[in-house]
Write a protein of this length. Structure first.
Lengths: 602, 695
């Protein structure tokens, strides 16, 4: 807490008022998010929170990211910039729909709504609400099209920052286009209303705030808040050693486009003297004919996210702290600036997740106490897009992305991995779906959903395990589109920590026979057939032989680990039984066992 | 039988409030004895009894009613000191309590330990059975497997059993049968069935409330039964009522059946007190109630004269704590109070909290080894708290220590010690303002049109600037601010609830199904009502609610339905209209023409308990008041000589303009410059803050 000899830092604004206004902005973003969550229709938004709200200044600097998904937010300013570039006649009452990944958006399934905020005729802010759609008009019934050779095959309706409201009323031309091409249009329109509602609530509150304090004060606040955030970032970087960190992680094979997978290279230059960090992503292959190319927003955000995961989480995440960071990208690179018409259908997740992992794991090279292991990747069966018809509602169609994955989080230098991690780009922020809600809304039945014992990468701190989920249709066929990674190259441990187990997907026939499915697959299930998905687990941090035996004991008691893995992986020998509460660590046998295992490793 | 007694047993203090037949309040406070509730009740009663010129036995013998609230249940849950509970759930889904609903705070902080589930996984058991969304049986219940499992529970010395099977709300047959088998195999072991306790959709919330309820049964049954025996032994002969999460009271014997109702037992009474005081003063009945203690700041709401409920209550932090899963009075708590520590972050910005000096070592001015500047230290430096007059001089404070620690912080900030202290108060206020806004915004209440009620020992220190910032024009501070929840119990009704789950939509409304669900609710309420009538409570009212949403939406809003039967399409139309209005109020949008889906139905029975009439608690009128003394105090513009008044010397109608400080035995009220305080005819302080932003 209070350190002696802390230097006095001064700002033009009263620092108390600065703290007050920073709080006010956070409260506005929270209110926007609450509005979107509670009014959205699709489960992917209303249950799972796959959306984010943020505030940007009129000169296009990210001001307040709230607690949304970093991948959604860090590029908000790119999109508001394109709003200013394409529309010279911005006026109160405008709202813009922007899902163009070549103009600053993440990927086409993320519909961004932006409202310019005016006070006394001056454009001061832009409110941003971005929501992942249940459907975006793709050529396949999924918002993720891994095999799309280009944007034409991908098929999403693209809105390169178009005016969707004027004078606070819908531009009906745009609404009709969406309703024609997006599956289950009423669900889309409900989600659209929720998103616009969020942006409008933000607009209303920002106008009130500005009237309350005056334009001058608010503008002074913005300058000082950025200065403060930059200062915090500079201080955080100064505590790191200088050096260049390099890391490669390999994305799973995706035949025929990627027969051997895709190595993803990340280089991080830390310059504590200058208080700067640069992430270089240029040493990667050219754009490929698939849907996994990164957009500028995603490549940048995911690299920044990996860095922020390794610094003091109290540092504000906005344009001020971004001034101390840079991400080097190259034109026509699969992880960089996408060359049109290469598809960015899946830019937020898959390769994006690998960038976060590679970056945060690179920091572990600095030494003990730094960086993180890799977290679980892959949207397996628990995160599939399901579609079909519901006999209970007269055969009406449905489509939605499930979110019943667990996907184990990465071990850290001081804790085990977070269980409900989801993905590196979501980092535990998204909510889970509910079996009962899903079964009431869609004609499906879950057979089981359980966390896998021994499902996390072992280590001094272990990765969190994933889950196994089994579900299928009831009376009518169901299409399941899975876009999984991490089935061949699982999340890696760091500093002697073990890798997490790989993910897997199986089709289970009516007779119980199992067929292993590829990572990315569109699978049609008839009644009586099931899909079984196993999540990846997070990587471990440090050697499992150094794990506190008391933690291993608790892991076995609480079914995180098995007695066998305790003995063979952690070198902890247990006596007694969990069933009668007599399980205990055999200290002498453990010492011997650990020595034996250490010799084998050496 | 002139007296009514209410008691609130908190973690640190037990508050006792006694009213007589003229509505006069007497307050007693004692340290909480964690082993036996009655020990501290007796100590508190002794203080009050002495003021009334009675002994404890005499007071109890002369009392018509005893109302009790306790945080014992909540503390048991948070500290995991409840019964050894087993969790039984559908085969294949053992991790409902572990996985919760996902979500976490702090996007870039992964160095957090994932929380343990409410029931350990080693005490979680899977029951072979499965029911589907429409109530059909997918897999029949394997009774032999259940018997084998129950034999294991007996061996494992389980003290309580929670049963939550998927879709038991659509077809309870399997849960009911498991209940019968438990009674056979584990006679005397308390258990809870999810569809009986809390018939709602969403397996985590239902399972969580079931597990909490079952785990509390042994503990709370013993605790309350002992209390009853102690009270009877001490000579008390009348009704013993217990305060519940519904902001009402229930008879002790009813509440031990569903101890989950005790979870917000104390704090749920603060808004009840707020409503009673505000009604007595005929002020605006949208009310924000703040209760500021040493370590927590609680906010609750009253809207249009109705205490606000929430269905989303977490014990512990949101997402990672335990969800109550059922409606309770909405109480938003933040860890902020007099003990919150002020610090300067590496960017040079002043922060207050989340670290707290607590009560041990406490603020530096307590002189018990605290060496970090706290909010209480700032209040001493500013002259708001007179070090020689705390608790009537029984607890002298170390002013120099406060100045030393705040002074150190002032140097870091490059400010004077008073300005630094003022900044600490301002930042602390900000945390509280944010907590109030969070709740009011989520519930669609405009603070500017509401009355603010301040309670708690620290509530009066900063209520004026908080009110000014929120735009509140009227603030009420009761003289018994220090015992707000116990005071609320004096005014609370008997409230009980019954629920049923019935999914339907307004465009294909299932009249028969809904009416059957409502009839079932009615029948359960009537059984309860009959018992109340037999006990002499005759003023009964029933109300009905439904949780509903637009088709395709996922989250529900609760709306009131007019009657317990839907007779015609017009009744359904009225429900749709009420839903549109509620949606518009909360979210500022509607979707006209869209069908409304109805899920969970709820009935509430309210039995009026004759509350004390609120008579003036002042000796008489005073034209003007004389200060007890003057001290320098700081309000942002240099030290000013500020009059200090003793509350007991102020009569009705006197108006005190700020800057001024009013001292009551258990609290201090700061009247900032530009604000004024009037003593109402009812003896309460009514403050008018300066216009927005003037403080």
């Amino acid at each position: 807490m209070n350190k002696p000899d802390q230097p006095v830092i001064t700002y033009d604004m009263d620092p108390v008022l600065m703290a007050v206004l920073a709080n006010r902005l956070n409260a506005i973003v929270r209110e926007m998010s609450n509005t979107l969550l509670r009014t959205a229709r699709s489960a992917v938004l209303a249950v799972v929170r796959d959306f984010s709200c943020s505030l940007v200044t009129a000169d296009n600097q990210l001001l307040c990211p709230g607690e949304g998904l970093p991948v959604h937010i860090f590029g908000s300013a790119l999109q508001s910039q394109s709003m200013c570039d394409t529309h010279k006649d911005l006026a109160p009452g405008d709202a813009f729909l922007h899902n163009d990944p070549y103009m600053g958006n993440t990927h086409p399934a993320d519909h961004m709504i932006m409202c310019p905020v005016f006070v006394d005729g001056v454009h001061l802010f832009t409110t941003c609400a971005k929501a992942h759609q249940a459907d975006c008009g793709n050529s396949i019934p999924s918002t993720y099209h891994a095999y799309a050779r280009d944007i034409y095959e991908e098929g999403a309706l693209i809105f390169p920052c178009v005016r969707v409201q004027k004078d606070y009323k819908d531009v009906d031309d745009i609404i009709r286009m969406c309703k024609r091409r997006i599956r289950v249009p009423e669900q889309w329109y409900g989600d659209y209303l929720a998103t616009v509602g969020a942006a409008r609530i933000g607009e209303r509150r920002l106008v009130e705030l500005t009237r309350r304090y005056g334009i001058e004060t608010i503008q002074q606040f913005v300058r000082d808040w950025f200065a403060y955030s930059e200062k915090r970032m500079e201080e955080a970087i100064r505590e790191l050693p200088a050096g260049r960190l390099e890391n490669v992680t390999v994305y799973d094979p995706l035949p025929p486009v990627l027969p051997d997978g895709l190595p993803i290279k990340v280089a991080v230059d830390i310059d504590p003297a200058a208080g700067r960090i640069e992430v270089d992503l240029t040493d990667n292959p050219d754009n490929l004919d698939f849907g996994l190319n990164e957009s500028v927003a995603c490549a940048t955000s995911n690299a920044l996210c990996g860095v922020f995961n390794c610094l003091d989480p109290d540092v504000p995440h906005n344009e001020g702290s971004f001034r101390r960071l840079s991400v080097k990208l190259r034109e026509g690179c699969v992880i960089g600036i996408p060359e049109f018409p290469h598809s960015c259908s899946m830019a937020t997740t898959n390769i994006g997740d690998r960038i976060v992992n590679a970056t945060q794991a690179a920091f572990a090279e600095i030494g003990e106490g730094h960086g993180l292991a890799e977290g679980a990747v892959g949207m397996g069966a628990g995160a599939a897009v399901i579609s079909g018809r519901d006999w209970r509602l007269g055969g009406s169609p449905y489509i939605n992305q499930e979110w019943l994955v667990v996907n184990g989080g990465p071990a850290t230098p001081e804790t085990d991995g977070w269980l409900n991690y989801g993905l590196p780009v979501a980092a535990g922020l998204m909510y889970r779906g509910s079996v009962e809600v899903d079964e009431s809304k869609y004609p499906m039945l879950f057979k089981s959903l359980r966390v896998v014992a021994g499902g996390g990468g072992a280590g001094r701190f272990r990765g969190a395990p994933g889950a196994e989920v089994i579900y299928g249709p009831r009376n009518d066929p169901m299409t399941v589109v899975v876009s999984c990674d991490g089935q061949v190259n699982p999340p890696r441990g760091v500093r002697g920590g073990h890798n997490g187990p790989a993910a897997a997907t199986y089709k289970v026939g009516a007779d119980g026979s199992e067929e292993k499915l590829p990572g990315v697959v569109e699978c049609r299930l008839g009644p009586g057939e099931w899909v079984r998905g196993v999540d990846a687990g997070g990587g471990g941090y440090g050697s499992p032989l150094e794990r506190d035996p008391a933690r291993v004991l608790k892991d076995v008691l609480e079914r995180w680990e098995t007695v066998e893995r305790a003995r063979d992986v952690y070198g902890v020998v247990l006596s007694g039984s969990a069933d009668d509460d007599s399980l205990a660590v055999d200290a002498a046998a453990t010492t011997a066992r650990r020595a034996e295992l250490a010799a084998t490793v050496a | 039988m002139p007296y009514r007694i209410s008691v609130d047993t908190g973690g640190t203090f037990t508050d006792v409030v006694v009213t007589d037949e003229r509505g006069r309040f007497t307050v007693g406070k004692a340290l909480t004895d964690k082993r036996r509730a009655f020990a501290s009740i007796e100590a508190g009663l002794a203080v009050a009894a002495e003021e009334l010129g009675l002994g404890v036995a005499g007071l109890l013998a002369e009392s018509a009613m005893f109302v009790y609230g306790t945080t014992r249940g909540t503390n048991g849950i948070v500290e995991r000191k409840t019964a050894r509970t087993a969790f039984l759930t559908t085969q294949g889904f053992p991790d409902i309590l572990l996985l919760k609903e996902g979500g976490k705070a702090e996007p870039h902080n992964l160095r957090m330990e994932y929380p343990d589930p409410y029931v350990a996984r080693r005490l979680t058991f899977e029951v072979p059975e499965r029911i589907n969304a429409e109530g059909g049986v997918e897999t029949p219940l394997d009774e032999d497997a259940v018997r084998a499992l129950l034999a294991t529970l007996a061996e494992r010395q389980v003290e309580a059993v929670a049963v939550c099977l998927l879709w038991s709300i659509a077809n309870p047959a399997h849960e009911l049968r498991v209940g019968e088998l438990i009674e056979q195999a584990l006679p005397g072991v308390p258990y809870t069935l999810s569809h009986q306790l809390n018939p709602i959709l969403r397996e985590y919330r239902r399972a969580s409330s079931t597990a909490i309820d079952a785990s509390l049964k042994p503990l709370m049954q013993e605790y309350l039964t002992t209390l009853e025996a102690d009270l009877r032994a001490a000579g008390y002969r009348n009704d013993i009522l217990v305060s519940t999460s519904f902001g009402g009271v229930m008879h002790l014997h009813d509440v031990v059946q569903k101890p989950i109702y005790l979870v917000k037992s104390g704090p749920a009474m603060a808004p009840v007190a707020g409503l009673a005081y505000v009604s007595a003063e005929s002020l605006a009945e949208d009310i924000i109630v703040c209760d500021a203690g040493g370590t927590t700041f609680d906010v609750s709401l009253v809207r249009d004269g109705e205490v606000e409920f929430s269905r989303d209550t977490w014990l512990g932090p949101a997402w990672t704590g335990d969800n109550l899963g059922m409606a309770s009075v909405a109480v938003h708590s933040i860890g902020a109070g007099g003990g919150s520590i002020a610090w300067v972050d590496p960017g040079g910005l002043l922060r207050v909290g989340p670290h707290s000096a607590g009560s041990e070592p406490g603020p530096a001015c307590y002189g018990r080894g605290g060496d970090e500047p706290t909010v209480t230290d700032a209040a001493v430096v500013l002259g708001y708290i007179d070090p020689a007059h705390v608790l009537g001089g029984r607890m002298p404070l170390d002013e120099d220590a406060a100045k030393r620690v705040v002074g150190r912080l002032a140097e870091t900030l490059g400010e004077s010690v008073e300005r630094a202290a003022f900044a600490i108060m301002a930042v602390a206020n900000e945390n509280m303002i944010e907590a109030i806004k969070e709740l009011t915004i989520n519930e669609g209440i405009n603070p500017a049109e509401s009355t603010l009620v301040a309670g708690g020992g620290a509530g009066g220190l900063n209520i004026v600037p908080i009110a000014a910032e929120l735009g509140c024009r009227t603030v009420l501070v009761p003289r018994t601010a220090g015992a707000l929840s116990a005071s609320g119990m004096q005014f609370s009704d008997i409230v009980t609830e019954a629920g049923a789950s019935k999914l339907t939509a307004t465009d294909q409304f299932d009249f028969e199904g809904v009416n059957a669900a409502l009839a079932d609710i009615d029948a359960r309420l009537d059984t309860f009502g009959t018992r109340l009538t037999e006990r002499g409570f005759t003023d009964l009212r029933k109300r009905y609610f439904v949780e509903a949403r637009y088709r395709f939406q996922v989250w529900e809003l609760e709306i009131e339905v007019g009657a317990s039967r839907f007779e015609s399409p017009a009744d359904v139309e009225a429900l749709v209209e009420a839903f549109h209005q509620m949606h518009d109020r909360v979210f500022a949008i509607t979707d006209p023409g869209q069908a409304v889906e109805c899920l969970n139905w709820r009935g509430r029975l309210v039995a009026n308990v004759k509350a004390p009439t609120l008579e003036p608690s002042r000796a008489g009128r005073t034209e003007h008041a004389d200060p007890d003394r003057r001290r320098p105090a700081y309000f942002g513009q240099g030290l000013v000589e500020t009059p200090i008044y003793l509350g007991e010397h102020l009569g009705t109608d006197v108006v005190i303009d700020g800057p001024a400080i009013i001292e009551e035995p258990t609290s201090t009220l700061v009247v900032n410059p530009g604000a004024s305080a009037r003593v109402s005819a009812g003896g309460r302080y009514i403050l008018t803050p300066p216009a927005e932003g003037q403080v």
